[in-house]
Design a protein around this ligand. Structure first.
Ligand code: PLP
Length: 388
């Protein structure tokens, strides 16, 4: 395949390996270990002189290697490591590069915050947390020393946009590497590596998997930067299972189709909700009056399938609206073919003290929507009947 092939072509063809039976895509090698013709052949792979298959937990399995080549081609990276979950990918990244300290900017996924604030400190890995509005403090923190800057953009649930190019330049000026969680945008809508980041991390459980039926993760970046992470993945046993790798590769072949449709439907719903009398605010990066819109236009290719509406009324009023939705399942995930809804104060931000929620701009009336592949008109009608 041509190196400069379009994204849809790469989604379909990258990484695929021809097999002797004529399968048009990489088959599922549900195999734990691989046999060699001789000790010399085995040592060539063990010592890394020759790429090859060896042992599945090491990631040296054709289905996993094929998936990783596809992931790298899609995100525009030199290399990729596939993991058993998004958290596994993040944990391996933090263990490898977090020893000198981590600066986490903006709102991050609850599991990430828990790992950084409650668990990694016991291993000597400490983190500083800055809100998106406090990024100017990053330079002071960088001077004190850090190993990694980490952030999501757009963030959950306010869809705040952080400037990838600017933050990468500031961190690099202090010799610090940058990792972006690209889960919400997906590589269809945003390629952080091309904007200066060193790593991209994904919960592949979301848009990459896209059908709410697999749990997986990915870490992307330069080969030399991923090599030390590979060791942690191997010995913590975090490698993706071949069955999951096979399903993820299958999902990636339709990634562009799904995400582009989700972008269009989300934008249609966002516009329709702006004029609804019960809706106080619509948070969607594609809306011209959204605070992060100008940066989103610069760094995003599409604006994504996630939107948050803030309704007038109490927390209970918002819960009642959520309960009345028929096409949106109340479920704490995103990126699947079926639309999902969550109320951040009852899910992702449930445990946070009221004051901290206020600091982060999380309100009782916020309702986060993950737009699926249903018809826009049906979803709008459903939201309208719930709001009524
Ligand atoms: N990053 C983001 C933005 C997420 O939303 C999630 C999960 O919801 C994760 C990481 C963790 O991913 P996983 O559940 O695949 O471990």
């Amino acid at each position: 395949m041509e190196k400069n092939a379009g994204l849809s072509t790469r989604c379909v063809h990258s990484g695929e390996i021809a097999d002797a039976q004529g399968s048009p895509h990489t088959p599922l090698y549900n195999t734990t270990t691989f046999a060699f013709a001789s000790t010399t052949d085995l040592l060539a792979v063990v010592e890394g002189h020759k790429p090859g298959n060896l042992y599945t937990r090491y990631g040296l399995n054709p289905t996993i290697r094929s998936l990783e080549e596809k992931l790298a081609a899609i995100e525009g990276s030199e290399a990729a490591l596939a993991f058993s979950s998004g958290m596994a990918a993040e944990a391996a990244l933090f263990l490898t590069y977090g020893k000198e300290g981590i600066i986490c900017i903006g709102d991050a996924y609850g599991g990430t915050l828990e790992l950084l604030s409650s668990q990694l400190p016991s291993l000597g890995i400490t983190s500083h947390f800055l809100l998106g509005s406090e990024v100017e403090q990053m330079t002071t923190l960088l001077k004190k020393g850090a190993g990694l800057v980490f952030f999501e953009t757009p963030t959950n649930p306010a869809l705040e946009i952080l400037n990838i190019r600017h933050l990468s330049e500031v961190a690099h000026a202090s010799g610090v590497r940058v990792a972006v969680d690209n889960t919400f945008a997906s590589p269809v809508n945003q390629r952080p590596l091309a904007l200066g980041a060193d790593f991209v991390v994904h919960s592949a459980t979301k848009y990459l998997g896209g059908h709410s039926d697999i749990t997986a993760g990915a870490l992307l970046g330069a080969q030399s930067l991923l090599e030390p992470v590979r060791g942690w993945r191997k010995n913590l046993g975090q490698t993706i299972a071949p069955e999951t790798a096979f399903l993820l590769a299958r999902s990636l072949r339709t990634l562009v189709l799904r995400v582009e449709r989700q972008n269009t439907t989300a934008a249609t719903i966002a516009r329709a909700m702006q004029s609804h009398p019960r809706v106080a605010r619509v948070l969607y990066p594609g809306l011209p009056d959204f605070p992060g819109h100008a940066i989103a236009v610069e760094q995003m290719i599409g604006f994504g399938g996630m939107l948050t509406i803030e309704v007038n009324g109490t927390r209970e009023d918002a819960s009642n609206i959520v309960d009345k939705l028929k096409l949106f399942a109340i479920a704490p995930s995103l990126g699947g073919v079926e639309s999902l809804v969550t109320q951040p104060v009852t899910t992702t931000h449930y445990g946070l003290p009221v004051e901290e929620r206020r600091r982060r701009g999380i309100t009782d009336g916020m309702i986060r929507l993950s737009i699926g592949l249903e018809d826009a008109d049906d979803l709008i009608a459903d939201i309208r009947q719930a709001l009524a």
